[in-house]
Structures are given as C-alpha cells and as structure tokens.
Design a protein around this ligand. Structure first.
Ligand SMILES: [Zn+2]
Length: 245
C-alpha cells in the first residue's frame, strides 16, 4: 500500500515537473512580447502573446515551435532554418523555432492569397520572432537554463509596454524567404552566442542586454511587415490587371 502511494507520488511529481518545466518555451513574458510587436509598428500588436495562450491547450505540439536546442559553438545556417520549417506544428523535442517563423508566415501568405482572414497566422509569426531574441530559447534545458529561465523571461517585462519606445530598431530589408531565413539565422546566432556567454559566466541577462535583444526581434518583425505589405499591394495590382472589366 505505502509502496503504491510512493509510486503515485512519484508519477505525480514527474507530471508536475513536465507541465511546469519553465524552459520548455515559457519565453519572454506577455508584456515583453507585446512591446516588441508595438515597437515594430504592427497594428495588431495585442495578439503577440497569443501563441503562449495556445500552448495551454495544444501542449507539446505548440511548445516545440518556441525554441531550438543548439550546442554552444554551433553555426546556425539559413539551410537549417528551411529544414526546421518542415517540422512546424509537429512533435520534435529538439525544437524548431526558426522554422516556425517561416511556417507561420507561409500560413499567412497562403490564407491571404486565398482571400481568407490571415492575421492569426501573423500573430504566431510575431510571437516566434519575439522568442528569437530570448537567448535561453537557443540552448537545451540544462542546469543553467533551469535556474535562470523564469528570471530571464521577466527581466524587463514589468512596464515593458509603456517603455516600448526604448526598443531601438535598425533597418533590415526582406524581399524573399531566402532573405528572411538569412536574417533569422543571423539573429539566432547572436542569441545563441549570448546564451553561451551567460552560461560560461554563470550570470543572468542584464536589462540593458535584454533591450538590445528585443531590438533584433522588433527590427525583423518590422522588415517582415514591410515585405508582406509590398507583396500584398503587388498581389492586388496583379488581380486588378487580370480583371477584364
Ligand atoms: Zn513563446
């Protein structure tokens, strides 16, 4: 009897650890995600935390879209970003955050081309672009990650939306998926290298470092929005010229 209780308690403890595992895609907290999208000028910035809400019901399938495990010293290539896109919305414990950005935007462009309401796909992309700058989403859920993940997620969260103007944007131009994959790989590399520095120095991300990271996410989201807008206008023009009347 007592053995059964011990066994049941063990199973319960495992379940609690699995469900509450903070590094399995907690990501920047909500207000930080909203601040990134607002700084980027997305008119539906208030959707940017939605992908984390989806995790509550979708579990692992959604969670695996929010991080990518890399070894320190690894080189992240555009080819790896494309390969991950095939695993979007699939179970894959190594994670595929980089491909999820492509996957969500493919969903957006497909819906838009078919005249469907596409903004929820963009909400996922905006969220994943936010996770791209969270350094601890690029390394495995190791001891360092476990100890510091929650604090890192919340490092600038309180009042972040009010301070969204602190997020400094820089120009990025995207005209194709290839351009986008290259920029995702570039920012992923910066974030991975930062995570490995933090780990080596066994310290938590500084607030000043966090704001710089958020600037990478917001700049790339801005570039994506500009690209989609140009593409949308071109699609419209093409539609008009095809129109016989
Ligand atoms: Zn996330």
């Amino acid at each position: 009897m007592s053995q059964r209780i011990v066994f049941a308690a063990g199973v319960l403890a495992c379940l609690v650890v699995t469900v509450l595992r903070p590094g399995s895609g907690g990501a920047w907290y909500d207000e930080t995600h909203l601040a990134i999208a607002k700084a980027a000028g997305w008119r539906k910035w208030y959707h940017a935390a939605g992908a984390d809400i989806a995790k509550l019901k979708l579990g692992e399938v959604e969670r695996h879209n929010h991080y990518a495990n890399n070894a320190c010293g690894a080189r992240i290539t555009p080819a790896a970003v494309f390969a991950q896109a095939e695993r979007y919305d699939r179970l894959d414990p190594q994670g595929h955050l980089y491909g999820a950005i492509l996957g969500a935007l493919r969903g957006y462009r497909d819906f838009r081309a078919r005249g469907l309401y596409a903004d929820y796909h963009l909400a996922y992309a905006a969220h994943y672009l936010g996770d791209l700058s969270q350094p601890l989403h690029h390394i495995p859920h190791n001891d360092y990650n476990r100890r510091h993940h929650a604090a890192t997620d919340g490092i600038v969260d309180r009042g972040a939306l009010k301070q969204a103007k602190r997020i400094a944007l820089y120009p990025i131009v995207i005209a194709s998926e290839e351009d986008l994959a290259r920029e995702i790989a570039r920012i992923a590399q910066l974030s991975l290298d930062l995570a490995c520095t933090l780990q080596r120095e066994d310290r938590i991300l500084a607030a000043a470092e966090a704001w710089v990271q958020l600037g990478h996410s917001a700049s790339l989201l801005r570039a994506v929005l500009d690209w989609l807008e140009r593409e949308g206008k071109a699609e419209k023009r093409a539609g008009e010229t095809k129109d016989p009347g």
